[in-house]
Every structure is written in structure tokens, then in C-alpha cells.
Design a protein around this ligand. Structure first.
Ligand SMILES: Nc1ncnc2c1ncn2[C@@H]1O[C@H](COP(=O)(O)OP(=O)(O)O)[C@@H](O)[C@H]1O
Ligand SMILES: [Mg+2]
Length: 395
């Protein structure tokens, strides 16, 4: 296979490659297939939401040269749905195929030390932090960084790999509890709310952002995204500018999520970036002219960016595996009451086809659409109550 020249569109009918088999990949496959592409997914897992809908599923480890060779033999361009994909896998594919995002962007996003360093160096406001790579670093931290959170530099997600510390004397123990792996200590920020912006940037540097999502977490996992975010208009404009500036600073190509903190005194801090579509952008599938997944396909294939306009207010509610268990002690899963959800005609249900429900596992989501945000919130609250998802009154 010869190199696909930068910018040359790859026409529908051709193959696109995807590293990773999760739900983000599944929705990428569906969007690509809608546009007439075929998708080959490389993923080691058997229960693979993306592999189950892909035109071809290559069962192999991300670093298996034979598996990567099979993918690059058919796909003219490849992307990832998973930020912990080894950068070397993307580099391997980049020898023969167009790859977006670039391995370098993924490498920055998958390491909190590089990520925070990159953001700070480029002038983006972040929470005060320190890098911890040794016991010495951990026992000599600045008192201004506590109370704070020790976060592992790599492989953290959904609040995993984080330990809260209230005094400088707790930091060394937290560092040891992380197995002495490189970490950052981040000062605890007094949050008014959390927001995110999905931004797409193509090979020519054209960008598009979607409306700002207001994100509510539960036990470190995204629970609800409310869009448009209930923040001052100027702050929403600024958040979209920041996301665009982060994408430009990375010379990013593809779809990127920029998660931000809004502090009680109104400051906007960049929390983290994800080099792929994001859970907080799932609302775009039902509420926007172009979804984050279709945009990922467009950028990968070298097609023009689609319109990101939102046609209706939306509230997305995540559906975790906990819903399959009647109560805290239950061991046997049972199917949640989907007809009750679908009884709300404004609710769009998405299930990822995962064979096994586990507590804390993302199994699906439901996007509630309405002419006003208050009505969309009411539908989301009613669905939360009917499924037994806590916190209906807090949104
Ligand atoms: N410095 C901080 N101050 C206050 N809350 C924080 C801070 N860092 C993280 N959190 C909370 O923890 C959540 C998860 O942290 P995050 O850094 O986004 O890690 P990940 O999403 O990779 O698990 C955030 O969405 C936020 O609610
Ligand atoms: Mg996060």
C-alpha cells in the first residue's frame, strides 16, 4: 500500500483502520459505515463493542507486528479510539497509512506529566501542580499544593489512579501507594463546575468546536453531560477558544476533547485532554448536525469538516453496569427496564452491546432532547429515577 498523500480525500468504499474496540470505536465504525466506508478494527478483546460491528475484526495485541501488518495491508488511513494505545503502534501504521491523531499528540495526552507540562509551557492555565518521580520529590512538596490529588502519570481514567492528600506529610505515602510510579500532585481546585469542549482539526488546520458540555461526575465517572453548559456566555466562548488553541498548539489532526475546570472565582483551567472523541461528546450524535464520530471519519478521510451546530438542547445520561444489578448485594444481573426509558419519546437510547455488565462499566447512554434545556433536564431526571440512577435531584 502506498502512502496516502496529505489532504487527498479517501473516497467512500475504501477501508479505514481503527485501534481499539470499545464503544467509542463502535460509534466511529457506525459513522464510517454510514458514509460508505469499511472499517477494520484491531483489538485484542473477545467482547469488543467495535469489533462486533466492524467489517473486519483483527484479534491481536496493539503491538503485534502481524496484526498491525494486517491492518495496514487493507486500511489507507487509521485512527484510535483509545488513548493508551502504544504510540509505537501508531508509528508502525504511519509508515504506510495516514494516521490521525499523530503518535506524538497521543503520547502527550497519555502521560499526565507531559500533558500538564505541555499545557503550562504553551500558556494554558492549569491547576498548580508538581511532578513526583522520586521519594525525594514526594517528601519535599510545596505546602501550597495541598490539599491536593496525587494522580498517576499514566493509565489513569474515570478517577482511577488518584489519591487525595490533605497534608504535605501524606504525599510520600500516596506516592508509595502508587507503587513509586511517576505521578503529579495537583492542588485541589474549588470547582463551580466542570466543562468540556470537543474540537476537530483537519490536515489543513481548519477547526470546528461543538457547544460546551457541563459535566457531572459520580464516583469519578461521568454521570451526566448537560449541553449547552449553564455558564456565562463569555466563558463558553472562551472555553471553545481554549480548545481550539490547544488543538493548534498540538498541531492536532482529528477529534480532541479538552476537559476544563470552572473555578468558583470564574477562572477556566484546562484539566486534561483526550486525543479522541469523548463520552461528554456523545450528545453530538443526536443533537448536532455532525457528530464527533462523523467528524473523526471526515478528518481521517480528508473530507471537509461538517457543521457542528446543535439543533436542540440535550442531556446525556451514562448507563453503567450497576443498573443491571437490582441492589448493592445482587450478584445476578438482569436487564434494566428499557421500555420505561423509551416511553419518553425524546430519549435516544444507545447500548454498546457489551456481553457482561459489571459495576462501573460503561454499558450505554441515553440522550434526552427537548426544545428547552429545562424540559431535557426533566426527561433526564425522570429516566434516572425510573432506572434507579442516583442523583436525579442534583442535576
Ligand atoms: N485538581 C482538582 N481539583 C478538584 N477536583 C479534581 C481535581 N482533579 C481532578 N478532580 C476531580 O476528579 C475527576 C477526575 O480527574 P481527572 O484528572 O479528570 O482524571 P480522569 O478523568 O483521567 O480519571 C475530575 O473530573 C474532577 O471531578
Ligand atoms: Mg477526566
Amino acid at each position: 500500500m502506498t502512502m496516502t498523500a496529505e489532504g487527498t480525500p479517501i473516497p467512500p468504499g475504501q477501508w479505514l483502520g481503527l485501534l481499539g474496540g470499545g464503544q467509542l470505536g463502535r460509534m466511529f465504525c457506525m459513522a464510517a459505515q454510514s458514509l460508505g466506508y469499511k472499517v477494520a478494527v484491531l483489538d485484542p478483546g473477545a467482547d469488543s463493542p467495535a469489533g462486533n460491528v466492524a467489517d473486519r475484526h483483527v484479534h491481536a495485541d496493539y503491538l503485534d507486528p502481524a496484526g498491525l501488518a494486517r491492518l495496514s495491508a487493507i486500511a489507507r488511513a487509521a485512527t484510535t479510539e483509545f488513548e493508551n494505545v502504544p504510540a509505537s503502534a501508531l508509528e508502525f501504521l504511519a509508515r504506510t497509512a495516514r494516521v490521525s491523531p499523530a503518535a506524538e499528540s497521543v503520547a502527550i495526552a497519555q502521560d499526565r506529566i507531559r500533558e500538564k507540562g505541555f499545557l503550562a509551557e504553551h500558556g494554558f492555565a492549569v491547576a498548580p501542580f508538581a511532578v513526583l518521580v522520586s521519594e525525594r520529590d514526594a517528601s519535599g512538596v510545596d505546602a501550597a499544593l495541598v490539599p491536593g490529588i496525587v494522580k498517576s502519570a499514566r493509565m489513569g481514567y474515570d478517577g482511577k489512579g488518584q489519591i487525595r492528600v490533605s497534608a504535605t506529610t501524606d504525599v510520600a505515602a500516596a506516592f508509595r501507594a502508587m507503587g513509586g510510579m511517576p505521578c503529579v500532585l495537583e492542588r485541589f481546585v474549588d470547582l463551580a463546575c466542570e466543562v468540556s469542549v470537543i474540537v476537530a482539526r483537519d490536515g489543513r488546520g481548519a477547526t470546528a468546536t461543538w457547544p460546551v458540555a457541563e459535566n457531572r461526575h459520580r464516583d469519578g465517572i461521568l454521570d451526566v453531560s448537560i449541553v449547552p453548559a449553564r455558564v456565562p456566555a463569555a466563558l463558553a466562548v472562551r472555553a471553545r477558544e481554549v480548545a481550539t488553541e490547544v488543538a493548534a498548539a498540538l498541531d492536532y489532526r482529528g477529534v480532541l476533547c479538552v476537559e476544563m475546570f470552572v473555578t468558583r472565582d470564574g477562572a477556566l483551567l484546562v484539566n486534561e485532554i483526550a486525543p479522541r472523541p469523548h463520552n461528554s461528546g456523545h450528545y453530538t450524535v443526536d443533537a448536532c448536525v455532525t457528530s464527533q464520530f462523523e467528524q473523526q471519519v471526515r478528518v481521517l478521510a480528508g473530507l471537509p469538516l461538517g457543521d457542528t451546530r446543535q439543533h436542540e438542547p440535550a442531556v446525556m445520561v451514562n448507563l453503567l453496569g450497576d443498573l443491571w444489578f437490582e441492589n448493592a448485594g445482587a450478584t445476578a444481573p438482569r436487564e434494566p427496564d428499557w421500555p420505561a426509558v423509551l416511553g419518553h419519546p425524546q430519549a435516544k437510547l444507545h447500548l454498546y452491546g457489551k456481553a457482561e455488565a459489571r459495576r462501573g462499566r460503561k454499558m450505554g447512554h441515553v440522550t434526552c432532547l427537548a426544545p428547552t434545556l429545562d424540559e431535557a433536564l426533566d426527561v433526564a431526571k425522570a429516566i434516572k429515577r425510573s432506572l434507579g440512577i442516583p442523583g436525579a435531584d442534583e442535576i
